[in-house]
Ligand binder design. Structure first.
Ligand SMILES: Nc1nc2c(ncn2[C@@H]2O[C@H](COP(=O)(O)OP(=O)(O)OP(=O)(O)O)[C@@H](O)[C@H]2O)c(=O)[nH]1
Ligand SMILES: [Mg+2]
Length: 241
C-alpha cells in the first residue's frame, strides 16, 4: 500500500525514510541532512523521505531541518526513544534508516548499507562504531559504558554483536509489527536490537562503519547513571519481554 502510493507519487518502486531524532541540534542538523546522498539514492530507484523527530528543541533545529529538505515530526513526550518511535511511526518509507542529528554517523554509506540489506536478504542491520572510530568521537567513559552494555547483551542474549548502543540502523518497516518497543528513552537503542535479533528472530547483520566526533553539545548527560539504567533494562529485558 505504502509502496504503491509512493510509486504513484514519485515514479519510484522502492521507498525509504531516514529518521533523525534531534534535540537542540542547530549546529549539526544541516550537515547531517546534507550528507544524505539523496540524488544517488533516487538514481538507485528509491523515493527518499527525511524525517526529523523533534520534541522540545528551543533553538533553530526544526527550521534548519526544513530548509535542508527534511520533514519535521513533533512528539509531545520527551526522550530519545519517544522521538524515534514517533518518527518511525510517521515514516512513509518501507525501509527505515536512523541516525543522530550531530553529524557522527556516516550517512554517505547509506547506499552501501541498502545494498547489503537487499543483496543479503536481511530485515535488520545495525552498525558497529568501534570498527572505525575517529579521534575524539567517543569519550573514555562512553567507551567503557558501551563495552559493558555490549558484553551484557552478548552474555544474556547470545548475540554476536560488538556495539549494542549504536544509533544507526537500517530495517524493513514491516518487522515493526513483530517488535515490542517499550522504552521512551535511551534504552530504545539496545531494545530494538534485542527485539529484532533475539526475540523476533529477524535476519540481521552488524556492519562496521566510520563514526565521527560530534558537532554541538551532547544530550547524554549523567552518563554513568544512564549506563546503569541501560544495564538494568538489558537484564530486565531477558526476564520480561
Ligand atoms: N527529539 C529528541 N531527540 C533527542 C532527545 N535526546 C537526544 N536526542 C537526539 O538523539 C541523538 C542522540 O543523542 P546524543 O547526544 O548524540 O547521544 P550520543 O550519541 O549517545 O552521545 P554523543 O553523540 O557522544 O553526544 C541526537 O541526535 C540528539 O539530538 C530527546 O529527548 N528528544
Ligand atoms: Mg550522538
Amino acid at each position: 500500500m505504502e509502496i504503491d502510493a509512493t510509486r504513484a507519487a514519485n515514479g519510484k518502486s522502492r521507498s525509504l525514510t531516514i529518521v533523525i531524532p534531534a534535540l537542540n541540534e542547530e549546529q549539526g542538523i544541516e550537515t547531517t541532512i546534507r550528507a544524505i546522498p539523496r540524488h544517488d539514492l533516487e538514481t538507485m530507484g528509491y523515493a527518499v523521505q527525511i524525517l526529523v523527530a523533534d520534541n522540545g528543541s528551543t533553538d533553530r533545529t526544526a527550521d534548519l531541518a526544513r530548509q535542508a529538505g527534511a520533514d519535521v515530526v513533533f512528539e509531545p513526550e520527551r526522550g530519545y526513544g519517544s522521538a524515534l518511535k514517533a518518527g518511525i511511526t510517521a515514516a512513509t518509507g518501507s525501509i527505515i534508516i536512523t541516525a543522530d542529528a550531530d553529524a557522527t554517523y556516516p550517512l554517505e554509506s547509506i547506499p552501501l548499507l541498502l545494498n547489503t540489506l537487499e543483496n543479503e536478504h536481511l530485515d535488520f542491520i545495525t552498525t558497529n562504531r568501534f570498527a572505525d572510530l575517529a579521534q575524539g568521537a567517543m569519550s573514555r567513559q562512553n567507551m567503557i559504558g558501551n563495552t559493558i552494555l555490549t558484553l551484557a547483551a552478548r552474555l544474556l542474549f547470545g548475540l554476536n554483536i560488538r556495539d549494542v548502543e549504536s544509533g544507526m540502523w537500517v530495517f524493513r518497516k514491516d518487522i515493526l509489527k513483530k517488535l515490542r518497543l517499550h522504552s521512551d528513552s535511551w534504552p530504545l537503542s539496545h531494545e530494538i536490537k534485542i527485539e529484532a535479533c533475539y526475540y523476533a528472530k529477524c535476519r540481521w547483520k552488524e556492519v562496521p562503519v566510520h563514526y565521527r566526533a560530534r558537532t554541538g553539545q551532547t544530550k547524554l548527560l549523567n552518563g554513568w547513571k544512564v549506563g546503569f539504567i541501560d544495564l538494568l533494562h538489558i537484564a530486565k529485558k531477558r526476564l520480561v519481554r
